[in-house]
Design a protein around this ligand. Sequence first.
Ligand code: MLT
Length: 273
Amino acid sequence: MRQAQLNGTTLSYQDQGEGAPLLLVHGFPLDHSMWRHQIEYFSATHRVVAPDLRGFGASLLGHLGDREVSDEPAVTMRQYADDLASLLDTLGITGQVAFCGLSMGGYIGWQFWQAHGDRLRCLIQCDTRAAADTAEVARGRRMMAQQVIADGAESVARAMIPRLFAAETPTRQPDIVEQTWQVICATQPKSIAAAQRGMAERPDRRDQLADINVPTLLLCGEHDVISPPAEMREIARGIRHATFVQINGVGHMAPLEDPATTNQAIADFLAGH
Ligand code: MLT
C-alpha cells in the first residue's frame, strides 16, 4: 500500500497497472481489499486505484474541519468524494476516470458525479441506493454510531455480516465471510460512527438521476437485501445511458461473492465506453 497526505489526513491506496484509470471505492465499513479480485483482473488492462477511505483500512480518519468540533463527528459523502479527487490530483491523474463504487462507495459516486463530474468518464454503481435514508433508518444509524463507540466494532460486524452476503455464502465461501469479519473488527469505532452519521445526512439523489449524462452501469446481487435488484432497476430506468446487470446467486457483496461474473460485466461495460 502507498500513502498520500491530503485534506488533513493520510490515505492508503493501491495503484496498479497502466491504461485508462479505474477508481474502486469500497463500501461500509470495509476497505480496498473487498476489490482484490477486481484489482488483480483489471490491472492487466487499466490503471487501477483502490484507496481505503478516510478512517478505514490503513487510512487515518484525520481532521474533519467543522464536523470535528461537534459532539457527533461525521464524514460526509462530500468529504469522501473530495478526498478521492485530491488523491487523483496527487497521483497526477488529470484525465477522466471510470468510477466504480459499492454501496457507500456508490453514495460517494453520486456525490463525485455532482462535485467532480468533469473528471468522470463513466459510473459503475454496485449494490447501492439513490434514495436518502428514511427518518427511522437515519435514527438507527445514529444509534449504531453511539453503540459502536460504547461496544466496539465487533458489534457492527455481528449486525452487518448476515446482511452483506447471500444466505449460502457462509457455507460455500467461509473464507470471504471470515476476512470481511476481520476487516470490520479492525476498523476504529470512531470511523464507523463518523461514516454512519455522514450516510444518515446524505441527500436523496432520485431527482437528479435524469441529469446524469455519463454511461452508467448498475450492478446488483440477486439476493442483496440492503439495495435490492428491484430498487436498482428503478435507478437504471431514471438514468439516460444506464445498463442494469443482475449477478445471480449472490448478495450485497457481488464483487467478492462472484468475482468472475462481476468482472465480466464490468469489462463488457468498460469495453463499450
Ligand atoms: C455499505 O455496504 O456500504 C452499507 O451497507 C451502506 C449502508 O449502510 O447504507
